[in-house]
Design a protein. Structure first.
Length: 261
């Protein structure tokens, strides 16, 4: 069952409704151009990730970001019944055990979820230690993102407007370390195919200089493993290790001084 949670402010539609609207938008000239660029940038990143299980989830099934993967077991989740070949789930509560997925690919889910923190938390939960998350999102500080100030009718403009740096901070709190951030679509967001073709020089310029205002970003993060180091004590030595009580909070503990008589 797809999530029916709405944001209290009412600014972000139900994720299922967003998926239906975005499927139509991605079928437009502008949407197809962005999808093709996302696929071109994401495929080399996904192809070099290994494991046994790959989960793919997004707002549209028009493209398959996992088709190039070497992982045999690949499956897709969706929030909309209109997406073909996908199981319908609630992304705020994934039907998967913890630490069971090697690679997770999220396509604009944080942008259009009413609970983006929880969606990211669930993705981190199901990843194995050392697993990878590939996250694709729209950049609000780009020509594509700033177009919402002039045109507010596009389905892609009704999301959460999350910056890549902000998402990376959320990942860090969940032990996900962003190792790679790629950006694409530096052009003016036009629907006319001929005008889009004339602005390809902007794409080459932005990619060459790795400018931060691409229309979308791709973050590849790795789930870090916290390792504990074993300290061996020499119990047979002449000096025995002293056992000292350590206060649980330094704010309430008062240091004691010992004086010799």
């Amino acid at each position: 069952m797809a999530s029916k949670t709405r944001r209290e402010s009412g600014q972000v539609p139900v994720l299922e409704d967003s998926c239906q609207a975005l499927s139509h938008w991605f079928a437009s000239n502008l949407g197809q151009e962005i999808l093709s660029q996302q696929l071109a940038l994401a495929q080399p990143l996904v192809e070099r990730l290994f494991g046994y299980h790959l989960m793919q989830a997004g707002v549209t099934s028009a493209v398959d970001f996992a088709a190039c993967s070497r992982i045999n077991h690949r499956f897709r989740f969706s929030a909309s019944a209109q997406q073909a070949g996908a199981a319908l789930v609630e992304f705020e509560q994934l039907p998967l055990p913890s630490e069971s997925i090697d690679v997770a690919v999220l396509h604009h889910l944080l942008d259009f979820s009413a609970q983006p923190h929880q969606v990211l938390r669930e993705a981190a939960r199901v990843l194995i230690p050392g697993g990878h998350l590939v996250l694709i999102g729209f950049n609000p500080f780009s020509l594509l993102g700033l177009s919402r100030l002039l045109f507010s009718g596009g389905a892609h403009q009704r999301g959460n407007q999350l910056r890549a740096a902000r998402v990376a901070d959320w990942m860090h709190l969940l032990d996900l370390q962003a190792a790679t951030i790629e950006r694409g679509f530096f052009r003016v967001p036009l629907q006319q195919r001929e005008l889009l073709a004339k602005t390809t020089w902007m794409e080459r310029f932005g990619a060459r200089w790795r400018l931060p205002w691409g229309g979308f970003y791709i973050i590849v993060a790795r789930k870090e493993v916290v390792r504990m180091r074993t300290i061996k004590l020499n119990w047979r030595g002449e000096r025995k290790p002293a056992l000292t009580a350590v206060p649980s909070s330094s704010r309430v503990a008062t240091p004691r001084r010992h004086h010799k008589d």
